[in-house]
Ligand binder design. Structure first.
Ligand SMILES: C[S@@+](CC[C@H](N)C(=O)[O-])C[C@H]1O[C@@H](n2cnc3c(N)ncnc32)[C@H](O)[C@@H]1O
Length: 197
């Protein structure tokens, strides 16, 4: 997939998802010891989820297609003294990393893909997640009212995307913290826990 020109340019300003701290639902996962071992964050933006995993002892890598985001992530990690790795790359080709992770995290990436892009993304994820590894994915929920922001995703769509070779362990209600006030500073989300068989 070619880079959408908007992704890098989003980081010339302050995108609403870039809240300067990890998403609270991922903090809960980290505190529960779920972000352990070798962790990959896909579509990492400026790296908050990557640094969260690293500060909980994980060997953490973040990949994003936007060079500006990766540059900021590296600067933030250096300023905070956190050991984490960031790489510019296309998540549609995670096989090119040449390694498999225990955990893959995704905060706000899955919902950017169209229906036709999803199968290729899921197959790419599979190439980078070890058997028995877990994909934690948070996306905009179809229970979020209004039509601003990214597309809404239903539980059924999540389940339909992860059929053969995956086990959807849970899809729980969650919330995205966002950096602008649109009715509230939270948006309804789904947090899916999906195991690679
Ligand atoms: C809504 S943002 C979420 C960023 C970050 N996870 C966060 O929570 O702040 C989606 C991110 O996915 C990245 N992205 C979109 N398509 C991508 C692709 N094909 N490969 C890698 N990154 C991609 C964008 O550059 C953007 O940083």
């Amino acid at each position: 997939m070619a880079e959408r020109p908007s992704w890098n340019s989003e980081y010339e300003g302050s995108p609403p998802w870039d809240i300067g701290r990890p998403q609270p639902d991922f903090v809960r996962l980290a505190d529960a010891g779920k972000l352990a071992g070798q962790v990959l964050d896909v579509g990492c933006g400026t790296g908050e989820q990557v640094m969260l995993a690293a500060t909980h002892g994980a060997e953490a890598l973040g990949v994003d297609i936007a060079e500006l985001a990766i540059q900021r992530a590296r600067e933030k990690a250096q300023e905070r003294g956190i050991l984490a790795t960031f790489q510019v790359g296309d998540v549609m080709h995670l096989d090119r990393l040449g390694r498999q992770f225990d955990v893959i995290t995704d905060s706000g990436l899955f919902h950017v893909f169209s229906d036709s892009e999803r199968p290729a993304f899921v197959s790419s994820l599979r190439s980078a997640l070890r058997p028995g590894g877990t994909y934690y994915m948070m996306c905009f929920s179809d229970e979020q009212p209004g039509d601003w922001g990214p597309r809404r995703v239903s539980k059924a769509e999540i389940r339909a995307s992860f059929t053969d070779g995956w086990s959807v362990r849970s899809i729980e209600p969650a919330q995205f913290a966002i950096a602008i006030a649109i009715e509230s500073e939270r948006a309804q989300a789904w947090l899916a826990t999906i195991e690679r068989l």
